[in-house]
Structures are given as structure tokens and as C-alpha cells.
Design a protein around this ligand. Structure first.
Ligand SMILES: Nc1ncnc2c1ncn2[C@@H]1O[C@H](COP(=O)(O)OP(=O)(O)OP(=O)(O)O)[C@@H](O)[C@H]1O
Ligand SMILES: O=P(O)(O)OC[C@@]1(O)O[C@H](CO)[C@@H](O)[C@@H]1O
Length: 309
């Protein structure tokens, strides 16, 4: 089974306006209100690709009710822990440029943390993958992802982490199966400005040396890099018009995992993941299998170092 853990979910309020005039009334042309958060998005894309998952994390208040019920409506398995304060609301404003205003996370009591760990670990099997994705609610210790990954690995299961900064740095030593920073997040971590794929590969190698099994660095329209102990590879992205980048990174993770759990080949999963990211970036919602099939022939993976196999 695949479990996705979203410690800090959201309602994403997508709005489209002709522009933004500060200090004035701005009218919305288009809007949509959806359950969000990185792990939840991974579950949604997995569902689109015919792969079952169980979404877990913390939800609270009327906003949390909405998140849980919309996942149920989408027939995605849920096992959320309830907290008292409201799940946050994140505004995704598209004026031609994309602007995000992310809300304040609810407080997470220690009892809820324990409950989450218990529920997650109780039924974990060695063939399971756990996707840990997104920010930590501000009341959680920064090493919480590291702690969770350590417990997941003790159960013999694999963890995938999409996070940044200290929580990511701290988690590396626990040997996550895959991490997916974008080039800016990788740059922050290693204290460098990353402009091109070979540079990204060199810095990603440092994270492999620190414990990550595979590092997938997405570079938006400039392609992506995958680095493991034995190899480094580059994938280009297909041509298309960017419609909405929110959740494109989550689609990369979902695409990678959907392919890897079916076929077990890291480089092919890399190619499929990057294509899924672009297919989502080129649509207003998330990609499905047909979208990916359409763009897959445009994506090529080339080794920068090492041998396939
Ligand atoms: N301009 C683009 N053209 C083609 N593909 C793109 C473009 N922008 C993003 N993508 C796709 O989306 C993936 C993720 O984008 P990015 O590197 O910005 O990661 P991210 O910052 O994690 O994404 P997100 O915007 O979801 O937070 C890329 O690997 C690529 O597949
Ligand atoms: O604040 P975080 O947890 O880092 O990111 C949250 C978020 O921006 O990420 C998703 C897109 O990747 C959105 O659904 C959600 O609003």
C-alpha cells in the first residue's frame, strides 16, 4: 500500500483575476475550491493513474471536514487524525503571474502526534511506501520527518520525502528512498545558486552521500535531474503552455511512485514522473494517464554519469 502523509493540509482557493490592485476591490473571474496539501495532491494524482493510496495527516474544524469529505468523494482512502483548530486555507492567485498566500497551520497537540505515529506504523508492511510531503505545522519539531522516516525504515518500508530546509536536511541521515527538492530548495540546502543541471547533479550527489537513496531535482521548465549512488541522469521536459504550476511537483512524485511500484525501474520512473509533472503544469487540474501518454514520447533521459541497470 502507499500512504501519503500531509501534516499541514489546506483548502486551496484558486482565483483568477485580470490583475491585482492593492487597496482596491478586485473581482474574481474564475475560482475553484479544492482539498490541497502536497501529500493529498500525490494521492489525487495516484488515483488518476489508477493507483490506490491512503491519505493521512492532521485535519481540523470545518475546513478539515471539507478536506476529508472531498477525498472520500474522490474515493481516496483516508485515515486522518482530528485536531481542534481549523485546517488552513491557501490562496492561489493567478493574475497571469502565480502568487500564493498560505494560511496559518493549526496547533497539533502531542496526543495527536502520537496517534498519527501509532496509526501509520501499526499496519505498515515491508512492501509499503510512505510519502511525507509539505510543510510542518509550526508547533511540530523540525526533526519530525526524520523521526517518522526512522520508524518507517525500522518497519522495513520505504519513505519518500518532499520537503525543504531544516526538516529535509535533518531527515537525510535516515535514508529516505527518494527526496524531490526543486533546484531552489536544493540551492538553499547547500548554500549555492543552481542554474544548470550538471550543477544540480553535483549538489544532489552531496545529499546522496548524506543518506538519501535517490534525489530527484526538478528545475521547472529547464528539465530535471536524478542522482543515486551509481548514476546521475537528466530528463528534458516536453513543450507546452504552463497553465498552473500548483501541484506540478507533487505530480512528479506521484508519477515516479506509480511507475516504480509497477515496474521497479528507477530511470523509467524518473521519466514518467517528470512527464506527469509537465502534464499537470499544462492543465488546470492534475494529469491523468492519457495526458502522460501524450507527452511521454517527448521526454528523453540521458545518463550524465554511471550505467543503466
Ligand atoms: N514551464 C514548464 N514546462 C514544462 N514542465 C514544467 C514547467 N514548469 C514546471 N514543469 C513540470 O513540473 C515539475 C515540477 O516543477 P518545479 O521544478 O517548479 O517543482 P516544484 O517547485 O516542486 O513545483 P510546485 O510548483 O508544484 O511547487 C517539473 O519537473 C516539470 O515536469
Ligand atoms: O505549505 P506547504 O505544505 O509547503 O505547501 C502547501 C501547498 O502550497 O502545496 C500544494 C502544492 O504543491 C498545495 O496544494 C498547497 O496549498
Amino acid at each position: 500500500m502507499i500512504y501519503t502523509v500531509t501534516l499541514n493540509p489546506s483548502i486551496d482557493y484558486f482565483v483568477k483575476t485580470d490583475g491585482l490592485n492593492e487597496g482596491e476591490i478586485n473581482l474574481v473571474n474564475e475560482q475553484s475550491i479544492v482539498a490541497g496539501g502536497k501529500g493529498i495532491n500525490v494521492s489525487k494524482v495516484l488515483k488518476n493513474l489508477g493507483v490506490e493510496s491512503v491519505a493521512t495527516g492532521f485535519v481540523g474544524g470545518f475546513t478539515g471536514d471539507f478536506v476529508e469529505s472531498s477525498l472520500r468523494k474522490a474515493e481516496i482512502g483516508t485515515r486522518f487524525i482530528r485536531v481542534e483548530e481549523n485546517t488552513r486555507i491557501n490562496i492561489k492567485l493567478n493574475t497571469g503571474k502565480e502568487t500564493e498566500i498560505n494560511g496559518i497551520s493549526p496547533a497539533i497537540p502531542a496526543s495527536a502526534l502520537e496517534q498519527l505515529e501509532e496509526h501509520l506504523l501499526a499496519n505498515l508492511e515491508t512492501s509499503d511506501f510512505v510519502v511525507l510531503a509539505g510543510s510542518l505545522p509550526s508547533s511540530l519539531p523540525y526533526d519530525f520527518y526524520g523521526q517518522l522516516i526512522s520508524s518507517i525504515r525500522k518497519k522495513g518500508a520505504q519513505a519518500i520525502l518532499d520537503s525543504k530546509g531544516n526538516p529535509l536536511q535533518q531527515a537525510l541521515a535516515h535514508q529516505p528512498f527518494l527526496i524531490k527538492p526543486n533546484h531552489l530548495e536544493l540551492g538553499d540546502l547547500v548554500g549555492a545558486t543552481i542554474q544548470e543541471p550538471r550543477q544540480a547533479a553535483a549538489y544532489a550527489k552531496q545529499l546522496v552521500n548524506e543518506g538519501a537513496q535517490h534525489v530527484l531535482v526538478s528545475m521547472a521548465g529547464a528539465g530535471a535531474v536524478l542522482v543515486s549512488k551509481e548514476l546521475a541522469a537528466f530528463a528534458n521536459v516536453p513543450a507546452g503552455t504552463l497553465k498552473n504550476s500548483v501541484g506540478a511537483g507533487d505530480s512528479v512524485v506521484a508519477g515516479f511512485l506509480a511507475h516504480y511500484t509497477r515496474h521497479g525501474n528507477v530511470l523509467e520512473a524518473f521519466k514518467f514522473g517528470v512527464t506527469a509533472g509537465s502534464a499537470s503544469a499544462f492543465s488546470t487540474g492534475f494529469c491523468n494517464a492519457k495526458d502522460i501518454d501524450r507527452y511521454l514520447p517527448e521526454v528523453t533521459v540521458n545518463l550524465i554519469e554511471g550505467e543503466e541497470g
